[in-house]
Each structure stands twice: as C-alpha cells, then as structure tokens.
Ligand binder design. Structure first.
Ligand SMILES: Cc1cc2nc3c(=O)[nH]c(=O)nc-3n(C[C@H](O)[C@H](O)[C@H](O)COP(=O)(O)OP(=O)(O)OC[C@H]3O[C@@H](n4cnc5c(N)ncnc54)[C@H](O)[C@@H]3O)c2cc1C
Length: 374
C-alpha cells in the first residue's frame, strides 16, 4: 500500500488526503490547527463555484468535475455544502472575459445563458444594468459552504482511514519533522500549506500574500441566497452573494489588498475597502445603498505570479516531496477535482500540469486581467 503525508488541512490538503485515502493509500494529514480554522484561506463561510474561466478550458473542466465531486461528498457525509443558486456575471464589454467564458462553456455543454441586461433585472430585487453589455448566467454554478466543506473532506478522509495529526510540521529532507520532535516518512510528502508555503520553502516558492476584506450587509428577506444567484462584476472588481445562512448580503472588493502576515490575528478590514464596497453596493444595487453593516471579515489570497496553482515536485527529492498550493483567490472550488489530478501525478500515472511548476511565472500569462474573482 503506498503511503503519503499531507501537511495542511485546508481545502487543497484535506481534499488530497481524502482522495488518496479513498484510493487505498495510507495517509497522514497534518495541520497545526483544526481543518477550516479561521486564519486558513479555506476557513471562510462561503466560496463561489463557477465554471467560467475566460478562454481557459482546463479550469472550466476542473470546476465542472469538482461540482460532481462536491455532490458526492454531500451524499457521503449527509451535509449540504453546495447551494446551487446560479451565478450572474455582469459583463461590461461585449467581447471580454464573459464572452470568452461563454464560448468555452457552450463547447463543453455546460449550462449557460446570455441575458440581455434588462432581463437580468429579474434575477435580483433591484439591480442597475444600464452600464452592462449583457449578463452571463450560469444556472448550475453556486455557493460552497467553505468551512463546512473543508471539514467534511477531512472527516471523510478520516473515515477512509487517514490519520489526522495536530501539530506544527517542518521539512526534514524527504520527511516531516513535527513540533514534538517525531520524524514522519512516507512514499510521498505533500506540503499544502496555503499562505505559509513560502515559509517552509523560501528558496522555491514565491507567493504574494494579500489582505482581502469582505463585508456583510443587512437586507430584507427578498435578498436571500437561494434563490438569489452569486454575482461577479469582473471588470468592476467586485463579487458577492445574497444573504446565506443568516449572514447578510456579502460583497467583496476583488482588488489585491496590501501584504499580510498570515499569522497576524486579530485582523480588521481597511476603511478604504469598506468605502469601495459601499460605493459598489449603492451603484449596482441601489435599494441597498446605506444598508447597515452586520459583519466583516479579513482573509488572505496566496497569489502566484500568474494566478495559476502550484503542484510540483521538489527538485531535490526525485518526486517524493511535492509542493501544492498557490490558490490565488480562486482555488477553493477546484479542491476535489484538483486532488484527483494530483493523485494521478503522485502515482506517476500522468505527468503534472506544466503551468503549475516551480520557477518564475509570467504575469502576461495570468488567468485574469482584473481581479481573481472567486
Ligand atoms: C476573501 C477570499 C475569497 C475567495 N473566494 C473564492 C471563491 O469564491 N471561489 C474559490 O474557488 N476560491 C476562492 N478563494 C480562494 C480559496 O479560498 C483558496 O484558494 C483556498 O482556500 C486555498 O486553500 P489551501 O488549502 O491552499 O490553504 P489554507 O486553507 O490556508 O490551508 C493551509 C493549511 O496549512 C496549515 N499549515 C500551514 N503551515 C503549516 C505547518 N508548517 N504545519 C502544519 N500546518 C500548517 C494551515 O494551518 C492551514 O490549515 C477566496 C479566497 C479569499 C481569501
């Protein structure tokens, strides 16, 4: 039976541990904290699951496959993790990211509708659309309950036989040194440490870790998700979700914030972000202008230079040690599908995705031209 140690129980590591344990690997999953804890990038209450990725078919297929795997996780664990509320893209240009996305979605048979901007008004209690070329509606997209989903993955990994170790880990050659001094070894060691990955491998991993603020606003009951879809205003660098699970309407400015130390706690959102968010809310959803703020949150993006993920073998350890992360503000949804690919790469059934390698990244090949956008 092959063995693996996965360090980091965010969505990347928990999904990988779950997948490997399901494939009959002997797995140890290590985290210094509980899966989905509040400082982890996977610890937020919700994340968008969308299939649109501009012209990039790889991520589109991955997100579509992930949807099926998230559904399987729900039925295996008796949880409701994916709220299939749909997602609306506010397209400001006729020939931008949304038009590219639509072409790829249609080519892959993924449900999508192009709505004239006045018809998009039917999706929300009140929405301004006169600045839009059209709205791209993905009816099968939705919202993942992120923290719960991360915990469900770790739980199922445990049920499938993975051992969960609570503790700080650091690299020790091809092994893992735990805070209590023990050294763990396995056929494969995968470091899935989110924003902390460069601390473990400063010579190999470059990530920009930025503070990302989120705001929740009080709104009348007709602003609940479901049925309201999530939304992304790609060129307007904003995204959000209606009121879900008793939280208010969520809006996040999708511009990279200032550098953040992922260990810093507590964190407070910047007044500048709140101002931008309120301006956006008043512009796009005039009925919510002046809505009271009910809560806010700060999380970190772990951005690679081109926003493509990292999934690569350590150059000194002949495929035994792997680095895995660089979620770049859009990794959550892919968790279980990416884990499936990663399992094939670890088993050497397939060669890894070349774009996810170590080394310099070219920002001109970025997945995005504006915000990361969930
Ligand atoms: C505000 C915001 C909005 C986002 N929106 C979306 C969205 O809508 N859709 C989407 O798909 N994605 C979205 N993302 C991105 C997504 O959340 C991340 O890509 C994903 O959660 C990254 O997961 P991870 O497992 O790499 O990192 P993390 O969840 O941070 O997990 C890393 C884990 O490693 C552990 N760890 C680190 N170092 C060590 C060590 N030395 N020893 C032991 N344990 C260690 C940490 O404790 C942590 O639990 C968003 C991100 C943010 C911040």
């Amino acid at each position: 039976m092959p063995s693996a140690i996965v360090v980091g129980a965010g969505v990347f590591g928990a999904a990988l541990a779950d997948r490997l344990a399901g494939d009959a690997w002997q797995v140890t999953l290590v985290d210094r904290d509980e899966p989905g804890h509040e400082r982890a990038e996977s610890g937020g209450e919700s994340r968008l699951l969308r299939f649109s990725h501009g012209p990039d078919a790889w991520y589109t297929r991955s997100a579509w496959r992930a949807r099926e795997l998230w559904r399987e996780l729900e039925s295996d664990t008796g949880t409701e993790l994916l709220v299939e509320s749909g997602l609306a893209w506010f397209a400001r240009r006729e020939h931008g990211w949304e038009a590219d996305s639509e072409r790829v979605l249609r080519r892959h048979g993924i449900p999508v509708e192009r709505l004239a901007s006045e018809h998009a008004a039917e999706l929300f209690p009140s929405v301004r659309t006169d600045d839009l070329a059209f709205v791209l509606h993905e009816p099968a997209a939705g919202i993942l309950r992120a923290r719960e989903a991360t915990r469900a993955l770790a739980r199922r990994a445990g049920r499938r036989g993975a051992l969960l170790e609570l503790g700080e880990a650091r690299p020790d050659g091809t092994g893992v040194r735990l805070g209590d001094g023990r050294r763990l070894e396995a056929d494969r060691v995968v470091w899935a440490c989110g924003a902390w990955l460069p601390r473990a491998f400063p010579e190999l991993v470059r990530l920009r870790v930025t503070q990302q603020d989120l705001f929740f606003f009080q709104a009348p009951p007709e602003w609940s998700t479901p049925p309201l879809p999530g939304f992304v205003d790609y060129d307007g660098a904003a995204y959000g979700v209606g009121a879900l699970d008793g939280n208010g309407v969520k809006v996040g400015p999708d511009v990279d914030g200032p550098a953040l130390d992922p260990d810093s706690w507590p964190r407070s959102p910047r007044p500048e972000s709140e101002r931008l968010t309120r301006e956006y809310l008043a512009m796009r959803f005039p009925a919510l202008a002046g809505a009271p703020l009910t809560a806010s949150a700060c999380c970190q993006y772990s951005l690679t230079g081109d926003t493509h993920f990292i999934a690569a073998p350590h150059p000194d350890h002949k495929g035994r040690v792997w680095l895995y992360g660089g979620g770049s503000g859009h990794g959550f949804k892919h968790g279980p599908a990416l884990a499936q690919r990663m399992a094939a790469w670890l088993s050497e059934d397939e060669g890894p995705e070349p774009r996810f390698g170590l080394g310099p990244r070219n920002p001109d090949r970025s997945l995005r031209t504006a915000g990361a956008g969930g």
